[in-house]
Design a binder for this molecule. Sequence first.
Ligand code: PEP
Ligand code: MN
Length: 333
Amino acid sequence: MITVLKENTTKQQRDNLIRWFEAQGLKVHISEGEYQTVLGLVGDTSRVDDGLVEALEIVERVTRVTESYKAANRKFHPEDTVVSIGDVKIGGGSFAMIAGPCSVESESQILEIAQSVQKSGAALLRGGAFKPRTSPYDFQGMKAEGLELLLEAKQETGMPIVTEIMNAEHLPLFEGVDVLQIGARNMQNFELLKAVGKTNKPILLKRGLANTLKELLMSAEYIMSEGNGNVILCERGIRTFETYTRNTLDLSAIPALREKTHLPIVVDPSHATGKSSLVESMALAAVAAGADGLMIEVHNDPQNALCDGAQSLTPAQFDKLADKVRKIREVIS
Ligand code: PEP
Ligand code: MN
C-alpha cells in the first residue's frame, strides 16, 4: 500500500502517521521527493482501512498494491485449488456438472431427475429445499422434508448433493449434505458466510445480483478466513438494464476470476438467462471460456414446476447439452 502525503505536511505529522502504521505491525519505507513524500507500507495491509487513511488531513491519496483478499488471492497461492466432493473433483483441470431441479417437489420427482441427469453425465445433484423467493406467497421449498428426499436420492444414485442454506441455525439439518450453496441473495450475509466457514464442507458461493468480482472474492475470503478453503465460485448472471433475459451472464468473469483467484469457477446459465432456450448456448460458451463446472436446472415436467420452470431443461435437453459440453472440452483441452 502506498500513501502519498500532502505537500505541506510537517515532519511531526508525518512521524505520527508512521508510528501509527508501525503500531499495526507494518514496515514503512519513506521516499522523500522535492514536493511530496511517499510512504510505502510493507506487511499485511489487509486490515488497514484505506478510506480512513485517505480521509486524514495530511494524506493526498492511497493506492493499494495488493488486494485486501489474501486467502483467495492467486498471488499468494499460484496453483489452482481443486475441491473434492467424494470422488468428484472441481478445479485444476477437473470439470463437473451439477444438475437437478430448482426445488425438490416430491420423492418421485427428485429420484427420476437424479437418475436421468446421472445417466447424462452429471456428477452432482442439485435441488433446493429452502428457497429464497422474491414473494413470500410463492412456494418456499419443502424445507427439512426436501433435505430428506435429497438424501434419499443421494443414497439411491450415489450422487453427492448440493443445496442452498439460508440460515446458519439450519446447519444441523444439513449434516448429510455434501456441498452447501450460498445463494446470490445471501452473498453478503456475512454471519452466514462465517458460519459455513467454520464447517469443513465445500461451499458453492454464488455471485450476488449486483455485486462486483471483488465483492465476490471478499465474500469467499469471509469463508476462508474461518478456516474453510473449499470454496467454489459461481457466476449466475448479474442485473443490468436488459430485461429480455432474467440476468446478464458475465462470461468475462471466468477469465477475470481465473487471473485473480485460485478457486474453481462454476457457471449457472439457468439463472443467468431465465429461459430454457438460451441455456445450452450459454453453457457451451462458459465451458469454452474455461469454466470448471456448470450448474443446470433440469425438471422432468418444466411446465408444472413449482419454481423456475421457464429456465429448466428437460432431461432429454440436458442429455444433448452434456454431449456437446464433452465435445467443447475436447476441443479446448
Ligand atoms: C438457485 O440456485 O436455485 C438459486 C436460487 O440461485 P441464485 O441464488 O443464483 O438466484
Ligand atoms: Mn432456481
